[in-house]
Design a protein around this ligand. Structure first.
Ligand code: F6P
Length: 405
């Protein structure tokens, strides 16, 4: 018999709790697994021995149903970068103390590329110390920028939200007779996947987004203004999707960075709004979708949620088969009918690496997305959950504030 622990890390998504349900549900089925611990605030909980008993936390199928539809990370999250264990192993020893004291034989880390760095380092350290503790990474991120995997849990729901919201913004923007421009700022740090997914609207016969700017294409303000003026000759209300990650002049963004050195991005939409106002002088509005794009579970993709649960469960089976230092990945078998396989790869293939939009998804002018990308995006946003509601609002599964920090 052994105990296991699971933690959630990095930026929230609508699907991380579904992966937690996947790990929990699969572990419950296993006779060789006794206690299932949830680590509070990702790896920080393992360092500080701040764990909760998940069998007490989740006491029924109803709890699992609620958790599956609850956005964000019920166990809290962190952006914690482990030092190289060859240089400083103090924190590693603290983690080992927690694991040994709690008799934990497998640790599951649900996170993005930075969290896969933790999976990689921990599995290396345990191997060095000859500790038989399995470490498995379960992917997630709305940025969809993890290497090897076809896509990441959380992305499909975020893509569904941004596409649906852009469609709604398009209806709202076209009511007046005067010309206007609306700039919609979308998350995604260095990769343009989520911004590009707004082009899903083209498959529905919408002309919007009329312009799409992603970090994969070098941004020129001069060309941008030319593009906008050109689109204004064709459309009364021009809708622009812009990634938070495009290169902008110093000072537009705050300059604050997290533990991994990633800049806190935001403000590009407002900046472009001001430029358009002063250079073109038309009615202009900017909309920053901000955290809503990663926590709007009322419009999540059911495909995303069910896949997130399945990949969490597959992680448990992977550890039980004796693997460690692995990250679970999706391999797309077919676009239509959409089919994926779940496999695992060495964490070093995923840790600290980023996957960018393929060149073929970006048009030759570098200001929109080709129809070629639609076969990739569309299957990921399909399906809606049958939401459990309370007083007209989706119900969430929450822990008492005192449990979290
Ligand atoms: O996790 C990815 C992400 O949501 C990015 O899209 C975004 O730039 C970043 O996280 C925001 O970080 P934070 O949640 O720390 O503000």
């Amino acid at each position: 018999m052994m105990n296991i622990a699971v933690a959630q890390s990095g930026g929230p998504t609508c699907a991380i709790n579904a992966s937690l349900v996947g790990v929990f549900r699969e572990a419950l089925k296993e006779k060789s697994i006794d206690a299932i611990f949830g680590s509070i605030n990702g790896i920080e909980g393992m360092i500080e021995n701040h764990l909760i008993d998940m069998k007490t936390m989740i006491s029924s199928n109803g709890d699992m149903d609620l958790l599956r539809q609850t956005p964000s990370t019920v166990l809290g999250s962190c952006r914690y970068k482990l030092a190289d264990w060859r240089e400083d192993n103090k924190v590693y020893q603290q983690i080992v103390n927690t694991l040994v004291q709690r008799e934990i034989g497998a640790f599951f880390y649900i996170g993005g590329n930075d969290s896969m760095d933790t999976v990689n380092k921990l599995s290396e350290y345990f191997a060095e110390k000859k500790l038989d503790i399995k470490v498995i990474g379960i992917p997630k991120t709305i940025d969809n920028d993890l290497c090897v995997t076809d896509h990441t849990p959380g992305f499909g729901s975020a893509a569904k939200y941004v596409a649906a919201t852009l469609r709604e913004i398009t209806r709202d923007s076209t009511v007046y007779s005067i010309p206007s421009v609306t700039v919609v700022e979308i998350m995604g740090r260095h990769a343009g996947w989520l911004t590009a997914s707004t082009a899903i609207l083209h498959a529905l016969g919408e002309t919007a987004p009329h312009l799409v700017y992603v970090p994969e294409v070098k941004f020129s303000l001069e060309k941008f203004l030319k593009d906008v003026r050109r689109q204004m000759t064709k459309h009364k209300a021009v809708i622009i999707a812009v990634s938070e990650g495009i290169e902008v002049p110093e000072g537009v963004q705050s300059g604050v960075v997290d533990n991994f050195g990633h800049k806190y991005l935001s403000g590009i939409g407002k900046y472009l709004e001001n430029v358009i106002r002063s250079e073109i002088g038309c009615k202009v509005r900017s909309i920053e979708l901000n955290v809503m794009q990663r926590c709007s579970s009322h419009i999540c993709s059911w495909t995303d949620i069910t896949e997130a649960e399945a990949i969490g469960a597959a992680g448990v089976r992977c550890a039980l088969s004796g693997e460690t230092g692995m990250v679970m990945v999706f391999k797309r078998v077919c676009d239509m009918p959409y089919t994926v396989d779940i496999q695992h790869v060495d964490a070093s293939e995923v840790a600290n690496k980023e996957k960018f939009l393929p060149k073929g998804y970006i048009n030759s002018a570098g200001n929109n997305i080709t129809d070629h990308a639609l076969d990739y995006f569309l299957p990921l946003i399909q399906g809606e959950p049958n939401l459990i509601m309370e007083m007209g609002v989706p119900k969430h599964f929450t822990l008492q504030e005192s449990v979290l920090k």
